[in-house]
Structure formats: C-alpha cells, structure tokens
Design a protein around this ligand. Structure first.
Ligand code: PBG
Length: 326
C-alpha cells in the first residue's frame, strides 16, 4: 500500500466539500447583457450568426428588458442598428436627441429606473465608413475623432447613461470624455474603458447585428495586435491616469492572460467582454450536438472570473439567468 500524506482528492469528495473549497463563483451580479435596438415598431429580427439574440425595436426592447429584469439582470449595454440613410462621415446621428439610441437610453431608464446602462461610445454604428473614428484619406484621424466621441458621450450622459464605455481605441479619449462630463457636472457618470481591445476576428457576428462592418480597410491602426500583452499594460496605465473607473479586456476567451495581467497590475474593477464570435462558436457547436452548450457557457464564463474579471459582458446573460432560476 502506498502511503500518501497529501491526497488532493479528499477536497473533491462530495458536493458539499467541493462547494466549501470552491475559489471562484459566477453570479448574476457579475453580468452585463449587451442588447441591440433597431428602428420601427413591433420589430424583432433574429441575428442568424447569434442564435437566441435579436434586434428589437424600442417598444419590443422594453418588453425584453422587462423580462430580463424579472430574471434578475440589472445591467445592460445597448447598441444601435442605425439605418444607412442616417449615417455620415462624422457620426452626427449619435448626437441627435430624437435619434434611436438616445431615445432608447432615456426610455429604458424611465421604464426601469433601477437598471444600469453602460452605453457604447464609438463612431462605427453611425459612420458611412464603418470605422470608430473619422476617416480622412483612408486614415483614422485621432484628435478630431475625440471631439465627436466627447459629444457622443455627453449626449448619452444627458439621456441618462450611468456608465459610458468608449470602445473606439483612440488615444486620449478617456481624459477627453472625463473633462467634458465634469464640465457639464456629470461627475457621477462613470467611464468603462475598452482598455485592451484587440483587432479581432471574433467581432464578425456583432457587425452583422449592427450592419457596422468597415466599408474599407481594417481596424489595425487603432485596435491592438493580438500578438501583444505588455502593450495592454501601457493602455491600462494611461486609462487609469486619464480617469477610467473600469478597465475592460476584449475579447475575453483568447485573452484570459491579458485579463489576469490587468488584474495583477491594477486595483480598478476589470471587465471582460465575452464577444459575439465567442458566443457564436459555442452556439454552433451546441446546435450540432458536438458540445453541451450549457456546460460550456458555465465553464467559459467561470474561466473569465478565474482569470480575474469582476464583470463580464456576455450574450449568455439571459440564458444564465434562466439557468440560475431553474
Ligand atoms: C464597436 C464595437 C465592436 C464591438 C463592441 N463595440 C465591434 C468592433 O470594434 O468592430 C464588438 C462586440 C462583439 O463582438 O460582441 N466599437
């Protein structure tokens, strides 16, 4: 007989013991649900590359959010699908108080005062170029884009956003937005910065949902190179100095090391964006019967917590809430 002093399996003996020694937990409190709004009345359009996710007209989105609130989801990240005729080079529709997105923010906050809205700041949904900044002669112009992004963030704050979330990756946008918000006394509107946002292939289904794919070129001059991790720490340092309240890593699954690195190097809350392509992969495999979708949902979301994320933006939020309820 072997004499083993250390037997790690003793701590895996039963459910009760496994629960006692469990290091990380996933709860509904950790999640933000990204949702898509589109023009019209009584519209629900399924997004084929994101099974289970739809674009809703505002009236129907209110019903959807109401259902989610009932299930215990309290934080949402809305994104607008803007019709082509409202787009221009300077994303001016983003400041239109009667436009789809700002109306959505104020209506959701009016109907559900207790929810938190984290609103996207970037030009791509409103831009004829499909880029996150102003395009001039094929180049994305940084400083001129800051003006547009600042006005967009301010308009969202005025509409009732709790958190503005710049996803554009222009240099200096956090400082610029913070100054403008403070100048207008929006001291309590927080900034969740897309700190380490990579030029990723995983955004495809999202761009289907918003019809916001770049019309030319790619996003590599502003989004990060997937080969880099130290660079994420430079972005984190800058965002922190510029006044970010949260740091985000995006995508999540292929970048768990970056989440961990930010966790180890910052005391700010860290968010992970479990993006559209990550959702689509799991759904596709589950629909084929190749993976157990629910197990994979739980395992992948937990891996993000284990890596150090406090908050996860995920299209699985509603499904997770339904799972918890059962
Ligand atoms: C745009 C933006 C993107 C996502 C969130 N904000 C796409 C992009 O940068 O092209 C992607 C989210 C997802 O894939 O779920 N600024």
């Amino acid at each position: 007989m072997n004499h083993l002093t250390r037997r790690p399996r003793r701590n895996r003996k039963s459910d009760v013991i496994r629960n006692l020694v469990q290091e990380n937990h996933l709860t509904l409190h950790d999640l933000i649900f990204p949702i898509f709004v589109t023009e019209g009345q009584n519209v629900q359009q399924a997004i084929p590359s994101m099974p289970g996710i739809s674009r809703f007209s505002l009236d129907r989105l209110v019903d959807e959010v109401g259902e989610c609130v009932e299930l215990g989801i309290k934080a949402f990240a809305p994104f607008p699908n803007i019709s082509e005729d409202k787009k221009d080079r300077f994303a001016q529709e983003s400041k239109n108080p009667d436009g789809l997105f700002l109306k959505t923010i104020s209506e959701l906050k009016r109907q559900f005062p207790g929810i938190v809205l984290a609103t996207d700041v970037a030009m791509d949904p409103y831009s004829t170029d499909g880029h996150d900044g102003i395009v001039d002669n094929g180049e994305i112009i940084n400083d001129a884009s800051l003006e547009v992004l600042g006005q967009m963030a301010l308009a969202q704050a005025q509409a009732g956003a709790d958190i503005v979330a710049p996803s554009d990756m222009m240099d200096g946008r956090v400082a610029h937005i913070r100054q403008l918000l403070d100048k207008h006394a929006f001291y309590n509107v927080a900034i969740m910065s897309y700190t380490a946002k990579y030029a990723s292939g995983f955004y495809g289904p999202f761009r289907d949902a918003l019809e916001s794919a770049p019309k030319h070129g790619d996003k590599k001059t502003y989004q990060m190179n997937p080969a880099n991790s130290r660079e994420a720490l430079i972005e984190a340092e800058l965002d922190t100095l510029e006044g970010a309240d949260y740091l985000m890593v995006k995508p999540a699954l292929s970048y768990l090391d970056v989440i961990k690195s930010l966790r180890d190097n910052s005391n700010l809350p860290i968010a992970a964006y479990n993006v559209s392509g990550e959702y689509a992969m799991v759904k596709a495999a589950a629909q084929n019967g190749w993976l157990d979708g629910e197990k994979i949902m739980l395992e992948t979301l937990l891996s993000m917590k284990r890596a150090g994320a406090d908050i996860i933006l995920t299209y699985f939020a509603k499904e997770f809430a339904q799972y918890v309820k059962r």
